[in-house]
Design a binder for this molecule. Structure first.
Ligand SMILES: Cc1cc2nc3c(=O)[nH]c(=O)nc-3n(C[C@H](O)[C@H](O)[C@H](O)COP(=O)(O)O)c2cc1C
Length: 380
């Protein structure tokens, strides 16, 4: 092995003793391609199989835990036991290619399109609308209904139930999706959470919902799985709105999560080397540096964001992150890890080739989203 790639290609042992064959994981990416009954589609299964032999772990697109948490057209369902065979198909396709299969579990909250949820009623921590397409949906039909305490408890339980289904379906683990502005983040955010009960108010109280989900998922794992089952947690470090989550808020959350016996934390970033916006003293320091400093090796951190070349990855690992996720890049080049491992990094493709949808095994809805969204993927 090229010694420069040691940090990327050497194995890594998670806190629960599970060994990952290397340090590169596939980032969770929604593909809009599941069947209308909530089952995974053949095209989607093939897309995952094509990308599961190089990386050590594949984190799936997020699955919703309750019907009112469905956040995307063509999202697969994890909200009922009838879905276990569908969930099993996806886990098996990933594991057969040699990667660990991690199911990302999610509730979209106020970000759900009303046409996807029962009675078109979107729910959240409070009645603050999401900012959609750059504009706030102030006073519009998209104003969410605040969840009652009983409903909150039901959603916490639903995260546990979907975890049980993941266990029964043969997944190696679950990732709690606390990032990207969805329900869990909506509870942590002072923008979307204006509650005055046990779930809102102070920073500590805004952590109640995320921490209750961690606890419930871990309870279910203890009851239904063996200790090799992986539980990770994903978070977004900052929000642009005021009020909104600051880097300082996130360091408090991460400091708490680092002692919860999780197997990894996973930051959600568009740029690995991005610097903190506010809420910390030194805004020239990268968010990753702040996170690693706070975590102090108590739990592994997965970094992510615009890593396209082997050089990008080597630089990222120099920061000290033990694990790195690649998203868009593994869609663009499914053989990214293998090319590095085989000394062929010059052959890595870093822009989407618009003539190669079939060769790249990309389902139509994802392909259409990519090629019709200028600036999202390199080459478009
Ligand atoms: C098509 C697409 C779908 C995504 N869906 C999810 C998702 O379901 N869950 C999630 O946590 N992040 C999602 N993300 C964010 C990625 O996991 C990742 O953080 C982001 O793309 C930055 O990494 P990259 O530069 O390697 O692509 C998605 C990104 C893309 C491009």
């Amino acid at each position: 092995m090229n010694p420069d790639n040691q940090a990327m290609l050497s194995s890594f042992t998670l806190p629960n003793g599970v060994e990952l064959k290397n340090r590169v994981v596939m980032a969770p990416m929604t593909n809009f391609s599941s069947n209308s009954d909530g089952t995974v589609s053949d095209a989607e299964v093939n897309y995952y199989a094509r990308r599961s032999s190089g990386v050590s772990m594949v984190i799936t697109a997020c699955t919703y835990v309750t019907p009112n948490g469905k956040g995307f057209h063509g999202q697969f369902s994890g909200d009922k036991d009838e879905m276990i065979p569908s969930l099993t198909r996806l886990a098996s396709a990933i594991k057969e290619q040699g990667a660990k299969a991690i199911l990302q579990i999610f509730h979209g909250g106020r970000s759900c399109p009303p046409e996807l949820v029962p009675n078109g009623e979107i729910v959240s921590a409070s009645d603050v609308p999401a900012v959609r397409g750059g504009e706030s949906a102030e006073e519009s039909a998209l104003k969410p209904r605040p969840l009652t305490e009983q409903e909150i408890e039901e959603i916490i339980k639903a995260f546990g139930e979907t975890t049980r289904r993941a266990i029964e379906a043969g997944y190696d683990g679950v990732e709690i999706h606390g990032a990207n502005g969805y329900l869990i983040q909506q509870f942590f955010s002072p923008h979307s959470n204006r509650r005055e009960d046990q779930y809102g108010g102070s920073l500590e109280k805004r952590m109640t919902f995320p921490l209750a989900i961690v606890e419930e998922v871990q309870r279910v794992v203890k009851e239904h799985a063996n200790p090799a089952f992986i539980v990770g947690y994903r978070f977004s470090p900052e929000e642009p709105e005021t009020p909104g989550i600051t880097m300082g808020d996130t360091l408090t959350l991460v400091d708490t999560l680092a002692d919860k016996g999780l197997d990894y934390l996973h930051v959600s970033l568009g740029e690995f080397f991005s610097t903190a916006r506010r809420g910390v003293e030194d805004t020239s320091k990268t968010r990753i540096e702040y996170l690693l400093e706070t975590i102090q090796n108590r739990v592994p951190l997965i970094g992510v964001g615009s890593i396209y070349t082997a050089d990008d990855a080597r630089r990222a690992f120099k920061s000290g992150v033990p694990l790195l996720a690649i998203g868009r890049e593994i869609i663009i080049d499914p053989d990214w890890v293998q090319k590095i491992a085989e000394g062929k990094e010059n052959e890595i493709v870093t822009e989407i080739d618009k003539t190669k949808q079939n060769e790249l095994v990309i389902p139509d809805p994802l392909w259409n989203a990519i090629i019709h969204t200028p600036g999202w993927f390199p080459g478009v």
